[in-house]
Ligand binder design. Structure first.
Ligand code: DQA
Length: 148
């Protein structure tokens, strides 16, 4: 089983960016945490982060070739991008949405999630652990699909 873990704009600045909201662990720390969780579960994983909407769309499309599922934190594009929603629908891979913060308790403009409409799992406000919980969710979902 192989997963794509996709992060959108400004998540490369984790650890520096609004640490009161997003914490003090940097992007590499997030990658290390999720890589370790995937290793422990015998899952292969590819990480990709971009600040550019089209690059995220390209990464979702590329996942069709070799991935069984997608963990995605589209960051600000969550609330604006129909292109990312459409890409997730197009590839039709099992997908889980992650938000480090509890967007449901933040500004009104964060209350809509376009990408989330194409995701079967939602891990919101669980900090970095949300990514690991998303991996567990997808592992179960993908195994169910294989009849395990
Ligand atoms: C975020 C929440 C988004 O509203 C915000 O634009 C982000 C990060 C989160 O992980 O909590 O960049 O997706």
């Amino acid at each position: 089983m192989k997963l794509l873990v996709l992060n959108g704009p400004n998540l490369n600045l984790l650890g520096v960016r609004e640490p009161g909201l997003y914490g003090t662990v940097d992007y590499q720390g997030l990658v290390d945490l999720v890589q370790a969780a995937c290793d422990a579960r015998g899952i292969q994983v590819r990480f990709y982060q971009s600040n550019h909407e089209g690059d995220l769309v390209d990464a979702i499309q590329a996942a069709r070739q070799d991935c069984d599922g997608i963990v995605i934190n589209p960051a600000a594009y969550t609330h604006t991008s129909v292109a990312i929603l459409d890409a997730l629908k197009a590839v039709a891979l099992p997908a889980a949405e992650v938000h480090i913060t509890d967007v449901t308790k933040r500004e009104p403009f964060r209350q809509i999630s376009y990408a989330g409409m194409a995701c079967q799992g939602h891990f919101i406000g669980q900090g970095l652990q949300g990514y690991v919980n998303a991996v567990d969710f997808l592992m179960e979902k993908i195994n169910e699909g294989k009849g395990n």
